[in-house]
Write a protein that binds this ligand. Sequence first.
Ligand code: UGA
Length: 479
Amino acid sequence: MKQLHKQSSMNHRRDEETPSTQTPPYSPKSLKHPKSIPRSINYLFKEQRLLFILIGILIGSTFFILQPSLSRLGPTDAHSPIRRSFSKDNTVSSGVSVFSDNHDSSASFSSGTNRAVYGKVGRVPVGIGRRRMRVVVTGGAGFVGSHLVDKLIARGDEVIVLDNFFTGRKDNLVHLFGNPMFELIRHDVVEPILLEVDQIYHLACPASPVHYKYNPVKTIKTNVMGTLNMLGLAKRVGARFLLTSTSEVYGDPLQHPQKETYWGNVNPIGKVASATTIICFGCLFSYSCRLLLSFGLIWLGERSCYDEGKRTAETLAMDYHRGAGVEVRIARIFNTYGPRMCLDDGRVVSNFVAQAIRKLPMTVYGDGKQTRSFQYVSDLVDGLVALMDGEHIGPFNLGNPGEFTMLELSEVVKETIDPSATVEFRPNTADDPHMRKPDISKAKELLNWEPKISLREGLPLMVGDFRQRILNEDEGKGA
Ligand SMILES: O=C(O)[C@H]1O[C@H](OP(=O)(O)OP(=O)(O)OC[C@H]2O[C@@H](n3ccc(=O)[nH]c3=O)[C@H](O)[C@@H]2O)[C@H](O)[C@@H](O)[C@@H]1O
């Protein structure tokens, strides 16, 4: 028994010392780590494996970056450079990244017009050219609109212009006829229209006092019905909407310079104070109420059709934003000048320039001490695009803070065109603002935008265009 016990304890010890060849004991993998890391590194460095891996990664990522943009190049744009948008800090970046997700797609527009086609297709890597936008510009045949269209086309967008040619002119766009990226539709925005687009720049409205006072009812209809229709379109197709409002929303300002936070000092009934019209926007959808509204508004007259029309348009834009989730942008445009202004537009810069060229006295209204701040059109267009492409709703003042009295302006025109030019005083118009100067700190900070062209630099740039057109006009009369 004692021997048996000794035998079994010896066996047990042998078992401990000599592992069984049939069932190896479990050994956790972690025990191997200290050895496997140097072995892996060793493996990587042997036979230049690491180099091959790096080359593989490089080829793979190059293909990944190039492939989406290559697939975008259709037959029409195969020759065009890869389009890029410029971010706020002027560095080239993916334009898609500055647009909302709604617009984040690389689908080609030529493949169809269904919104679903432009749906989200995921994140596009940084460094890829921005996707081509399809953009509507209402009032695109006008002075500002046509310059905006030029900029959008130049950066590779597809542009559809809607214009009723009340103040717009085909001449402003004739250089784009035949361009496959450009379409022109004669359309009045007071009527609805359906288009599949990514962005809507809503400029349509007579902006010169002479034009809007000519038909105030039409002006307010354009501002109210036109803006409603375009906001409706934006809502329906998920487009971003930019409203071109005006410095006139500040009326005859009691704050100087004007900040966006200022609510304004507007005469809502214009000079003719005999009618009080309450505008019920719910009623705008019923034809009979529209008729009543039209009759009521006939009595408003003067500037209010424009000032209050634009204020209403701002309200509509904000309500569509808050209530329907439409992405809106609001620009408050200050007095702007440049080539393509109508010769007989009636605004002060175009009047003075045309009068000086025609050797007529410059017509100064009132005592000529009222002030305005004049911005060159290319500065405005840059601001509009920065606003549309940026992430801030606004409103933003877009204007040049350089402030001039009308008499000072006449002096600059004299220096630029004809030192012998004279002035002639005329009675001023009703409700004419006494002073106007934008505070642009908000646009500077949030849009990284500010005007670059001073009045003395900008005026000569429009004089050539005016001289040419006046010459053509005179030749036309003589013929
Ligand atoms: O030019 C513009 O972009 C602006 O034009 C008008 O605003 P307003 O400031 O009245 O512009 P003008 O008609 O050019 O008048 C500016 C000042 O010049 C005076 N003026 C105008 C014309 C003229 O021949 N002589 C003259 O002294 C006017 O009485 C006014 O005090 C529009 O109402 C604005 O919406 C628009 O932004």
